[in-house]
Design a protein. Structure first.
Length: 274
Protein backbone atom coordinates (compact mmCIF):
# COMPACT_ATOMS: atom_id res chain seq x y z
CA UNK A 1 0.00 0.00 0.00
CA UNK A 2 1.11 3.56 -0.63
CA UNK A 3 1.43 5.62 2.54
CA UNK A 4 -1.25 8.28 2.70
CA UNK A 5 -2.65 7.14 -0.65
CA UNK A 6 0.11 8.96 -2.55
CA UNK A 7 3.15 7.92 -4.51
CA UNK A 8 6.30 9.98 -4.67
CA UNK A 9 7.14 10.62 -8.32
CA UNK A 10 10.50 11.40 -9.84
CA UNK A 11 10.31 10.73 -13.59
CA UNK A 12 12.89 11.20 -16.29
CA UNK A 13 12.53 10.95 -20.07
CA UNK A 14 12.31 7.36 -21.41
CA UNK A 15 15.23 5.79 -23.21
CA UNK A 16 15.82 2.60 -25.19
CA UNK A 17 18.84 0.88 -23.63
CA UNK A 18 21.10 -2.09 -24.28
CA UNK A 19 24.28 -3.66 -22.99
CA UNK A 20 27.29 -2.12 -24.76
CA UNK A 21 29.34 -4.71 -26.57
CA UNK A 22 26.40 -6.77 -27.81
CA UNK A 23 23.42 -6.12 -30.01
CA UNK A 24 20.35 -5.08 -28.06
CA UNK A 25 17.66 -7.78 -27.85
CA UNK A 26 15.06 -5.10 -27.21
CA UNK A 27 12.67 -3.83 -29.84
CA UNK A 28 10.25 -0.94 -29.69
CA UNK A 29 7.25 -1.99 -27.64
CA UNK A 30 9.15 -4.97 -26.17
CA UNK A 31 8.22 -5.77 -22.57
CA UNK A 32 11.26 -7.94 -21.85
CA UNK A 33 13.54 -7.13 -18.95
CA UNK A 34 17.17 -8.24 -18.77
CA UNK A 35 19.50 -8.50 -15.78
CA UNK A 36 23.27 -8.93 -15.93
CA UNK A 37 25.34 -9.79 -12.87
CA UNK A 38 28.30 -7.43 -13.10
CA UNK A 39 29.31 -8.72 -9.69
CA UNK A 40 27.93 -11.56 -7.57
CA UNK A 41 30.52 -11.87 -4.81
CA UNK A 42 30.93 -11.16 -1.13
CA UNK A 43 33.21 -8.76 0.76
CA UNK A 44 36.14 -11.18 0.73
CA UNK A 45 36.49 -11.95 -2.97
CA UNK A 46 35.23 -15.53 -2.59
CA UNK A 47 35.56 -17.37 -5.87
CA UNK A 48 37.43 -14.40 -7.37
CA UNK A 49 34.12 -12.61 -7.91
CA UNK A 50 33.39 -8.89 -8.10
CA UNK A 51 31.34 -7.20 -5.36
CA UNK A 52 27.57 -7.18 -5.79
CA UNK A 53 26.37 -5.09 -8.71
CA UNK A 54 23.55 -5.87 -11.14
CA UNK A 55 22.64 -4.07 -14.36
CA UNK A 56 18.95 -4.15 -15.26
CA UNK A 57 17.54 -2.87 -18.54
CA UNK A 58 14.20 -2.65 -20.28
CA UNK A 59 12.92 -0.53 -23.11
CA UNK A 60 12.27 2.34 -20.70
CA UNK A 61 15.09 2.30 -18.13
CA UNK A 62 18.65 1.19 -17.37
CA UNK A 63 19.80 1.00 -13.77
CA UNK A 64 22.14 -0.62 -11.26
CA UNK A 65 21.21 -2.56 -8.15
CA UNK A 66 24.00 -2.00 -5.62
CA UNK A 67 27.42 -0.75 -6.61
CA UNK A 68 30.21 -2.41 -4.63
CA UNK A 69 33.83 -1.30 -4.56
CA UNK A 70 34.83 -3.30 -7.66
CA UNK A 71 31.84 -2.25 -9.77
CA UNK A 72 33.62 0.19 -12.08
CA UNK A 73 36.24 -2.46 -12.84
CA UNK A 74 33.46 -4.97 -13.55
CA UNK A 75 31.67 -2.49 -15.82
CA UNK A 76 34.84 -1.93 -17.82
CA UNK A 77 35.43 -5.70 -17.96
CA UNK A 78 31.94 -6.38 -19.34
CA UNK A 79 32.01 -3.32 -21.63
CA UNK A 80 29.26 -1.40 -19.85
CA UNK A 81 29.62 2.37 -20.15
CA UNK A 82 29.27 4.17 -16.79
CA UNK A 83 27.73 7.08 -18.69
CA UNK A 84 24.79 4.87 -19.73
CA UNK A 85 23.57 4.50 -16.13
CA UNK A 86 21.04 7.03 -14.90
CA UNK A 87 19.68 5.29 -11.80
CA UNK A 88 21.39 3.45 -8.95
CA UNK A 89 19.46 1.63 -6.21
CA UNK A 90 21.47 0.95 -3.06
CA UNK A 91 20.25 -1.53 -0.45
CA UNK A 92 22.52 -0.34 2.38
CA UNK A 93 25.65 1.68 3.08
CA UNK A 94 28.50 -0.84 3.12
CA UNK A 95 31.65 -0.94 0.99
CA UNK A 96 30.38 -3.96 -0.93
CA UNK A 97 27.23 -2.13 -2.00
CA UNK A 98 28.06 1.57 -2.07
CA UNK A 99 31.77 2.36 -2.49
CA UNK A 100 31.76 1.67 -6.23
CA UNK A 101 29.46 4.63 -6.64
CA UNK A 102 32.25 6.96 -5.53
CA UNK A 103 34.44 5.80 -8.39
CA UNK A 104 31.54 6.20 -10.84
CA UNK A 105 30.93 9.61 -9.30
CA UNK A 106 34.55 10.57 -9.98
CA UNK A 107 34.32 9.57 -13.64
CA UNK A 108 31.36 11.92 -14.00
CA UNK A 109 33.21 14.77 -12.26
CA UNK A 110 35.83 14.55 -15.01
CA UNK A 111 33.23 14.69 -17.78
CA UNK A 112 32.74 17.89 -19.76
CA UNK A 113 29.14 17.16 -20.77
CA UNK A 114 26.09 17.37 -18.54
CA UNK A 115 24.80 14.09 -17.12
CA UNK A 116 22.02 13.11 -14.75
CA UNK A 117 22.37 10.48 -12.02
CA UNK A 118 19.88 9.17 -9.51
CA UNK A 119 20.88 7.39 -6.33
CA UNK A 120 18.37 5.73 -4.03
CA UNK A 121 19.35 4.47 -0.61
CA UNK A 122 18.51 4.41 3.09
CA UNK A 123 20.72 7.00 4.79
CA UNK A 124 22.59 7.52 1.54
CA UNK A 125 23.05 11.27 1.72
CA UNK A 126 25.05 11.05 4.93
CA UNK A 127 26.91 7.88 3.99
CA UNK A 128 27.75 9.09 0.49
CA UNK A 129 29.53 12.26 1.47
CA UNK A 130 31.21 10.78 4.54
CA UNK A 131 32.72 8.05 2.36
CA UNK A 132 33.73 10.55 -0.32
CA UNK A 133 35.84 12.45 2.21
CA UNK A 134 37.52 9.22 3.32
CA UNK A 135 38.24 7.97 -0.20
CA UNK A 136 38.88 11.32 -1.92
CA UNK A 137 39.44 14.11 0.65
CA UNK A 138 37.93 17.36 -0.56
CA UNK A 139 35.80 15.71 -3.25
CA UNK A 140 32.50 16.44 -1.49
CA UNK A 141 33.11 20.16 -2.16
CA UNK A 142 33.66 19.67 -5.90
CA UNK A 143 31.43 21.71 -8.23
CA UNK A 144 29.51 19.17 -10.29
CA UNK A 145 29.02 19.31 -14.06
CA UNK A 146 25.92 17.16 -13.84
CA UNK A 147 22.66 16.90 -11.93
CA UNK A 148 22.96 14.59 -8.91
CA UNK A 149 19.73 13.67 -7.16
CA UNK A 150 19.79 11.67 -3.96
CA UNK A 151 16.41 10.26 -3.02
CA UNK A 152 16.04 8.49 0.31
CA UNK A 153 13.42 5.76 0.55
CA UNK A 154 10.87 5.26 3.30
CA UNK A 155 10.01 1.73 4.45
CA UNK A 156 6.95 0.26 2.71
CA UNK A 157 6.32 3.47 0.77
CA UNK A 158 6.28 3.08 -3.01
CA UNK A 159 8.39 5.56 -4.95
CA UNK A 160 8.33 6.12 -8.70
CA UNK A 161 11.62 7.16 -10.27
CA UNK A 162 12.65 6.93 -13.88
CA UNK A 163 9.87 4.43 -14.71
CA UNK A 164 10.68 2.19 -11.72
CA UNK A 165 8.23 1.55 -8.91
CA UNK A 166 10.36 0.77 -5.85
CA UNK A 167 9.12 -0.49 -2.49
CA UNK A 168 11.72 -0.93 0.27
CA UNK A 169 11.37 -3.35 3.17
CA UNK A 170 13.56 -3.03 6.25
CA UNK A 171 15.70 -6.14 6.81
CA UNK A 172 18.23 -7.05 9.48
CA UNK A 173 21.92 -6.56 8.74
CA UNK A 174 24.94 -5.21 10.64
CA UNK A 175 24.95 -1.47 10.04
CA UNK A 176 23.84 1.59 12.00
CA UNK A 177 21.86 2.79 8.98
CA UNK A 178 18.71 1.18 7.61
CA UNK A 179 19.10 -1.84 5.33
CA UNK A 180 16.52 -2.63 2.68
CA UNK A 181 15.33 -5.48 0.56
CA UNK A 182 14.01 -3.85 -2.61
CA UNK A 183 10.90 -4.84 -4.58
CA UNK A 184 11.15 -3.16 -7.98
CA UNK A 185 8.52 -3.09 -10.72
CA UNK A 186 10.14 -2.72 -14.16
CA UNK A 187 7.75 -2.48 -17.11
CA UNK A 188 5.23 -4.72 -15.37
CA UNK A 189 7.84 -7.23 -14.16
CA UNK A 190 8.59 -7.67 -10.45
CA UNK A 191 12.23 -7.99 -9.36
CA UNK A 192 13.11 -8.43 -5.69
CA UNK A 193 16.64 -8.21 -4.35
CA UNK A 194 17.33 -9.25 -0.76
CA UNK A 195 20.48 -7.22 -0.27
CA UNK A 196 22.40 -8.53 2.76
CA UNK A 197 19.89 -9.79 5.30
CA UNK A 198 18.97 -12.32 7.92
CA UNK A 199 15.71 -14.17 7.39
CA UNK A 200 12.63 -12.12 8.29
CA UNK A 201 8.93 -11.89 7.48
CA UNK A 202 9.67 -8.59 5.73
CA UNK A 203 11.98 -10.35 3.28
CA UNK A 204 9.24 -12.87 2.47
CA UNK A 205 6.78 -10.05 1.87
CA UNK A 206 9.21 -8.19 -0.39
CA UNK A 207 9.75 -11.27 -2.55
CA UNK A 208 6.22 -12.67 -2.59
CA UNK A 209 5.44 -14.10 -6.07
CA UNK A 210 8.17 -11.96 -7.67
CA UNK A 211 9.01 -12.73 -11.31
CA UNK A 212 12.67 -12.85 -10.23
CA UNK A 213 13.99 -13.08 -6.68
CA UNK A 214 17.74 -12.50 -6.39
CA UNK A 215 18.63 -13.60 -2.88
CA UNK A 216 21.70 -13.88 -0.73
CA UNK A 217 22.74 -17.41 0.25
CA UNK A 218 25.95 -16.73 2.12
CA UNK A 219 26.41 -20.13 3.74
CA UNK A 220 24.81 -23.48 2.97
CA UNK A 221 23.46 -24.20 6.47
CA UNK A 222 25.70 -22.36 8.93
CA UNK A 223 23.78 -19.67 10.78
CA UNK A 224 25.51 -16.32 11.27
CA UNK A 225 24.21 -12.94 12.34
CA UNK A 226 23.28 -10.49 9.57
CA UNK A 227 23.33 -13.01 6.70
CA UNK A 228 21.04 -15.67 5.23
CA UNK A 229 21.97 -19.29 4.63
CA UNK A 230 20.54 -21.49 1.88
CA UNK A 231 18.79 -24.04 4.11
CA UNK A 232 16.86 -21.31 5.93
CA UNK A 233 15.83 -19.74 2.64
CA UNK A 234 14.79 -23.11 1.20
CA UNK A 235 12.56 -23.79 4.22
CA UNK A 236 10.64 -20.56 3.60
CA UNK A 237 10.38 -20.72 -0.20
CA UNK A 238 6.84 -22.25 -0.19
CA UNK A 239 5.49 -19.09 1.43
CA UNK A 240 7.43 -16.78 -0.93
CA UNK A 241 6.60 -18.58 -4.21
CA UNK A 242 8.92 -16.63 -6.53
CA UNK A 243 8.60 -17.52 -10.21
CA UNK A 244 12.38 -17.63 -10.49
CA UNK A 245 15.08 -17.67 -7.81
CA UNK A 246 18.78 -16.89 -8.30
CA UNK A 247 21.21 -17.28 -5.40
CA UNK A 248 24.01 -14.74 -5.01
CA UNK A 249 26.53 -13.24 -2.53
CA UNK A 250 27.92 -16.68 -1.72
CA UNK A 251 30.90 -17.52 0.48
CA UNK A 252 33.43 -20.23 -0.43
CA UNK A 253 31.33 -22.63 1.66
CA UNK A 254 28.26 -22.07 -0.53
CA UNK A 255 30.21 -21.83 -3.80
CA UNK A 256 31.62 -25.28 -3.10
CA UNK A 257 28.19 -26.85 -2.94
CA UNK A 258 25.95 -24.71 -5.17
CA UNK A 259 26.46 -26.97 -8.22
CA UNK A 260 25.06 -29.87 -6.22
CA UNK A 261 21.72 -28.23 -5.49
CA UNK A 262 18.82 -27.73 -7.89
CA UNK A 263 18.58 -23.95 -7.58
CA UNK A 264 20.04 -21.43 -10.01
CA UNK A 265 23.15 -19.52 -8.94
CA UNK A 266 24.57 -16.20 -10.07
CA UNK A 267 27.92 -15.81 -11.82
CA UNK A 268 29.77 -12.69 -12.83
CA UNK A 269 28.66 -11.75 -16.35
CA UNK A 270 25.57 -13.95 -16.33
CA UNK A 271 22.59 -12.47 -18.22
CA UNK A 272 19.01 -13.52 -17.53
CA UNK A 273 15.63 -12.50 -18.94
CA UNK A 274 12.55 -12.28 -16.76
Amino acid sequence: MVKGGKMKAFVRRPAVCWLPGRRSPLKQGDSQVWLQFLGSGDAFGSGGRFNMCMLVESESVRFLLDCGASSLIAMKHFKVSPNSIDTILITHCHGTTLVGYHFLFSTHILKTSVSTNYCRAPGLHQGLFEAMEVLFPGSSDTTLKFDLRILELEPRVQALVNHLVVTPYVVHHATRLACFALRVEVDGHILTYSGDAEWSAELAEAAYEADLFVCEAYFYEKEVKSHLNFKTLEKHLPKIRPKRLILTHMSNDMLGICKQISYEAAEDGKIVEF
